[in-house]
Design a protein around this ligand. Structure first.
Ligand code: GDP
Length: 485
């Protein structure tokens, strides 16, 4: 195959410019050092300072992680409610999953960035449907939350343990007049409510109070990494770690996420079997959500417009004969373009495949259309379904170009891992049953934060951060959303 004949990658590529630590056993997680062979080279250099911070984080996680005396001590203090306000030697943020895989990956990267900034250790609650989905990211320790951890269920915006409610109820106060006696942990609710995060979640004074808790439990569906850039206290560190701000998910996602061997097996078999031999790969992600079910014909037409207007797919002739056929001219060398259709629905693949199977292309290119799976509906509760979803995110990220669907966190993760600016199918104008512009090309590879926090704790009116911070933009697909640039 073409992959086995290509030269061995330089060690720097294998470790993604120093992002990855070399000290792992390879067989237990084949994707860790293999994924880099499939990605195009990263457009963003990794800053030496980020590498230094990651190694420091890993050392701290080994010191404080599950199985250590320090962890046992911290858990004992949590259980006994003995939170005397002392800053613990080890401090934790517990991540609880909600929503689909794309949302989970966005919120987990954000939680890790928060942990990096605040000296906390991230512990991941892995429900059965995520078992073995990802490999351990930190050498010599575990990021999995031990199963006997007591506070995993029942949290919502209404919980008394929620930071915003503690503030409202005077349990904690900005000026410290709560006497320094704190509950043993705080719940940080970062789930969007009508496309906003709660007020009092990303003002500097809130983060000073949050910092006093040794234990935090966090639940989020959002890419709140963007909101961390709104807290002035974090900005200097963020700038040192990410000289190119639009590379946060790209680097941290590649650092943290390594598909487990089952999901990676799917990736390798499909890539080697269908995609590796092509001259070019185009990823096409079509996400149809049940609550906004765009009719097939409308969406299919929009995909064709987008790929035609941007020269992404060869046009077909009305004949099934090859261009220039019948004459004595030798056929031109044919280029093969593989189109990877990723969707829960199978009809986009069916139609597109039929078109290129039946007709010749005007430029003689061979267009081969594939779809790895079509589960029909979202089944976040099923492990094998999530393994296919993760495999398909990675397959998409190995493309040379991607067309993705507006609003989809699944699509965001794929193009951000790839370091590709997608062609993003614009949201439909439902009154016209059409999108005026078929697809837009965002200036950044970053995911969008759909739900910016309210910032009225700082100013009387709610300021628009994109108007003041040069590295923030509103999103092409979600007008009120924010993304790093
Ligand atoms: P979003 O809803 O598009 O923002 O993405 P999420 O990943 O958060 O949730 C959608 C979930 O539906 C995914 O995690 C998968 O479980 C499933 N899903 C959606 N699209 C696809 C797809 O193209 N392929 C596969 N295998 N699963 C998908």
């Amino acid at each position: 195959s073409s992959s086995s004949s290509s030269p061995a990658p330089a060690p720097a590529d294998r470790l993604l410019g120093g992002l990855l630590s070399p000290g792992f056993d390879e067989a237990s997680c084949l994707s860790r050092y293999e994924a880099s062979r499939r990605w195009k080279p990263s457009p963003f250099p990794v800053s030496p300072y980020l590498v230094e911070r990651l190694r420091r984080y890993e050392a701290n996680h080994r010191r404080c992680g599950p199985g250590t005396a320090r962890y046992r001590d911290a858990i004992a203090r949590l259980r006994s409610g003995d939170a005397d306000g002392d800053r613990g030697e080890c401090r934790y943020v517990v991540w609880l999953p909600i929503q689909g895989l794309g949302n989970r990956m966005l919120s987990l990267v954000s939680t890790f960035l928060y942990a990096l900034l605040t000296g906390r250790v991230v512990l991941v609650h892995e429900p059965p449907e995520m078992e073995g989905l990802f490999c351990e990211p930190f050498p010599g320790t575990s990021w999995l939350l031990p199963p006997d951890f007591p506070y995993k269920d029942g949290f919502s915006a209404a919980s008394n343990e929620s930071y915003v409610n503690m503030l409202k109820n005077g349990v904690v106060r900005y000026d410290g007049s709560d006497g320094g006696v704190l509950p043993p942990y705080v719940y940080f609710h970062l789930e969007q409510i009508h496309l906003r995060l709660q007020n009092h979640t990303f003002c500097e004074e809130d983060h000073r109070v949050l910092d006093r808790f040794n234990w935090m439990v966090l639940r989020s569906d959002s890419y709140f990494a963007v909101a961390l850039f709104l807290v002035p206290a974090y900005r200097a560190e963020l700038e040192r770690m990410f000289p190119a701000k639009g590379s946060v998910f790209h680097h941290l996602g590649r650092y943290l996420f390594h598909p487990g061997n089952r999901a990676w097996g799917i990736v390798e078999r499909f890539y080697d079997g269908y995609l590796a031999g092509a001259d070019e790969r185009l990823g096409l992600q079509v996400r149809i959500v049940p609550q906004m079910a765009v009719p097939f014909d409308v969406m299919y037409e929009q995909i064709l417009r987008c790929t035609r207007e941007h020269g992404l797919l060869a046009q077909v002739t009305s004949t099934s004969e090859p261009a220039g056929g019948g004459g004595a001219r030798p056929p031109p060398p044919t280029k093969v373009k593989a189109v990877l259709v990723v969707s829960l629905k199978r009809e986009y693949y069916d139609k597109l495949h039929g078109v290129y199977y039946t007709n010749a292309t005007a430029n003689g290119e061979v267009v081969a259309v594939y779809q790895p799976s079509h589960d029909a509906d979202q089944h976040t509760e099923a492990r094998a379904h999530n393994e296919r979803a993760l495999a398909e995110i990675y397959l998409l990220s190995f493309s040379d170009a991607v067309v993705t669907t507006a609003w989809s966190t699944f699509g965001y993760v794929a193009h951000a891992l790839a370091g590709l600016r997608p062609w993003q199918l614009a949201p439909l104008d439902w009154s016209k049953m059409r999108a005026d512009v078929a697809c837009a090309r965002p200036p950044s590879v970053e995911p969008c934060l759909h739900s910016p926090p309210s910032l009225v704790c700082r100013a009387r009116q709610d300021p628009d951060p994109a108007a003041h911070l040069p590295f923030l933009r509103h999103c092409e697909d979600v007008p009120a959303g924010l993304k790093l640039f």
